[in-house]
Design a protein around this ligand. Structure first.
Ligand SMILES: NC(=O)c1ccc[n+]([C@@H]2O[C@H](COP(=O)([O-])OP(=O)(O)OC[C@H]3O[C@@H](n4cnc5c(N)ncnc54)[C@H](OP(=O)(O)O)[C@@H]3O)[C@@H](O)[C@H]2O)c1
Length: 285
């Protein structure tokens, strides 16, 4: 089968090549991949097991049935014509979405779900600040937090502010100066890291939480801070699918590439100013 493989550091070391089609182990299914989405910085994740197939979220078919999933980060990903995926991770695809749109859901939506609700313990009526609110994870975090009944403050660069407003955020603040005059929040959900993450700690109320999916946050005696790695899981993906079918949540697609343009796709994923996820279209289904 054709697959994208990473041979070193960075997009320049990506090669589209023929590799052996995986043979599903017990409990796995062979998925014919229709589309696979990618995430900023993910080429840093498999550096201890090269060459490695990148991309950890797919939409495809098993025996003609449309499925989608987030796949584990400790083995080859899904930027290929086929992928062996644990059956207990595969969920039926939303009928409202095509394959490219579906592939853009599992990783950011599960990251948002787990960050807000499992680690952030967000409940209705609480105030949450979401950094990178127009990004891959931030897009879902904004929509899921609103759906939960939280008061959502989305932080984004000025160019992305309108995109966050369109998602329905209660307040939109500029990443460059968002701490000015903002009342304390119960939760910061950070998807950007760096200086923005450092600045946002001071905005959490005493006893509140700061959860980052981007990097380890600084410790602060007043606040519970945590970094987490998203876990592939089917059950919350089924709940997210129901929200998509009901029209409450939708993915954002920045751009679509064929596998042959893997380097350009990853370069795009690392750029600022994207309007959502970068997705490989692999095959019609
Ligand atoms: N730990 C985990 O399990 C896990 C899971 C998912 C994602 N992640 C990581 O979390 C981060 C966010 O993922 P994502 O898919 O939401 O990414 P993304 O859409 O590329 O980025 C989120 C936001 O960060 C800002 N940004 C984008 N590119 C940037 C760059 N090159 N430098 C600095 N800021 C940039 C943008 O905000 P503005 O346009 O508003 O400036 C963007 O909306 C990534 O680092 C990703 O690797 C980790």
């Amino acid at each position: 089968m054709r697959a994208v493989r990473l041979h070193g550091q960075g997009p320049d070391t990506l090669v589209v090549e023929e590799v052996t089609t995986p043979r599903p182990a017990s409990g796995e299914a062979l998925v014919e991949v229709s589309a696979a989405a990618i995430t900023r910085d993910e080429l840093e994740w498999p550096q201890d097991r090269l060459p490695a197939i990148p991309s950890y979220e797919l939409a495809g078919t098993v025996d003609g049935e449309p499925v989608y999933a987030l796949t584990p980060f400790d083995r080859d990903g899904v930027a290929a014509e086929f992928a062996a995926v644990r059956q207990d991770l595969l969920a039926p695809r939303p009928q409202a979405l095509d394959a490219v749109q579906s592939a853009a859901v599992p990783l950011p939506a599960l990251s948002a779900w787990q960050g807000l609700f499992d680690h952030g313990a967000l409940t209705a009526g609480q105030r949450v600040l979401i950094t990178g609110a127009a990004g891959g994870v931030g897009n879902f975090a904004t929509q899921l937090a609103l759906r939960r009944g939280a008061h959502v403050i989305g932080a984004a660069s000025a160019a992305r502010a309108d995109a966050v407003r369109r998602l329905g955020a209660d307040e939109v603040v500029d990443s460059a100066g968002f701490s000015d005059g903002l009342a304390p929040v119960d939760l910061v959900f950070d998807t950007v890291g760096g200086e923005l993450l450092e600045r946002s700690v001071a905005l959490v109320r005493e006893g509140g939480r700061l959860v980052s999916v981007a990097e380890e946050p600084p410790t602060d005696a007043r606040v519970a801070t945590r970094y987490f790695v998203v876990e592939p899981r089917r059950e919350p993906l089924v709940e997210i699918t129901a929200l998509i079918e009901a029209g409450h949540v939708r993915p954002a697609i920045d751009s679509v590439f064929p596998l042959d343009d893997a380097r350009a796709a990853f370069e795009r994923s690392m750029a600022t100013g994207k309007a959502g996820k970068v997705v490989f279209s692999v095959a019609e289904d």
